[in-house]
Design a binder for this molecule. Structure first.
Ligand SMILES: [Zn+2]
Length: 300
């Protein structure tokens, strides 16, 4: 092959080509992933609990300091008992979206649907406080005897235009939508142990199914620290329906709160800015009708 003679024009063209190629690849990369930009997004934590054992070691001021420190501008809070949620909401109403967890007294995750007076309790709490959801509650399995109560809870959610937040596998979500197709359901932990493919099928089937991704960080981020392809597919396809969350179900989760939030930012960093913003706070803004802005940090 004939050797090209050195030419200043060719040299300039080569440099221009290299510059444009590297700019293009840089632009592609930044289009593709938000990267470090995920570290400064305001977050809406869609799965906070403030249970009684946390009230002593983590008073409301400490919880809000943790939220400030981690850039969590706002959170969806449900507690056992509900007084925990109300304590946090009264302390920082601009930062807390309350939802009503049914558990109180002897009524817990495995027996709440059988607890005497449950419906009256829920109605009274909903009348007394501005909860924007009923949950997070567990439905471990389907018991036909629970249907009358679940039907009434679905009616309450529709009448008040609030969410149901359910921790369950696929079948109880199917049951709830069968009882009332117009429900807005937040699927806790994005189905908890359901595979990403099932979550995808459910999102396709139900247009008003949403999910928080708490406890799923380990599935979304694979052992190499990149996004598991099946999760990328469902998260990108239904990017308007997912919200990050921490799930502070025991005090150890509060102790590790900074680390949990940082893992969430790590997986967010591997999505486009548009999608990362949706998962971080924009979906929550739309669903709860509340602006989730950085200037909330530090406010009470
Ligand atoms: Zn849960």
């Amino acid at each position: 092959m004939k050797k090209l003679k050195h030419s200043p024009i060719l040299g300039i063209m080569a440099v221009a080509l290299l510059v444009s190629l590297s700019c293009a690849s840089f632009a592609d990369e930044s289009d593709k992933h938000i990267g470090k930009g995920a570290e400064t997004l305001p977050l809406f934590d869609a799965h906070i609990h403030y249970k009684e054992p946390a009230w002593g070691p983590f008073p409301p001021a400490t919880i809000l300091e943790l939220m400030d420190k981690t850039g969590v501008a706002m959170g969806l809070v449900s507690s056992t008992p509900d007084d925990g949620t109300i304590k946090l909401w009264k302390y920082a109403p601009n930062r807390i979206v309350p939802e009503l967890r049914p558990y109180h007294g002897q009524a817990g995750s495995s027996n709440w649907t059988k607890a005497p007076g449950m419906l009256d309790y829920l109605v009274k709490r909903l009348n007394d406080f501005p909860h924007q959801g009923i949950g997070e509650f567990h439905l471990h399995s389907i018991d036909p005897n629970d249907k009358p109560l679940l039907r009434k809870i679905a009616d309450l959610a529709i009448e008040r235009n609030i969410f149901i937040h359910v921790h369950s596998g696929k079948e109880p979500v199917d049951l709830l939508f069968a009882l009332e197709p117009k429900l807005k359901i937040i699927w806790a932990h994005a189905g908890m142990s359901e595979p990403a493919k099932t979550v995808e099928d459910m999102m396709a089937r139900y247009k008003t199914l949403y999910a928080d991704t708490s406890f799923r960080e380990g599935g979304i981020l694979n052992s190499q620290g990149s996004i598991e392809p099946a999760w990328r597919k469902v998260l990108e396809h239904f990017s308007n329906r997912f919200m990050v969350g921490s799930d502070t179900w025991v005090n150890a989760q509060w102790e590790n709160y900074e680390q949990i939030i940082s893992i969430n930012r790590k997986w967010l960093s591997q999505f486009s800015r548009e999608n990362a913003e949706k998962f971080a706070y924009k979906n929550a803004e739309r669903l709860f009708g509340r602006p989730v802005k950085k200037n909330l940090i530090g406010r009470r």
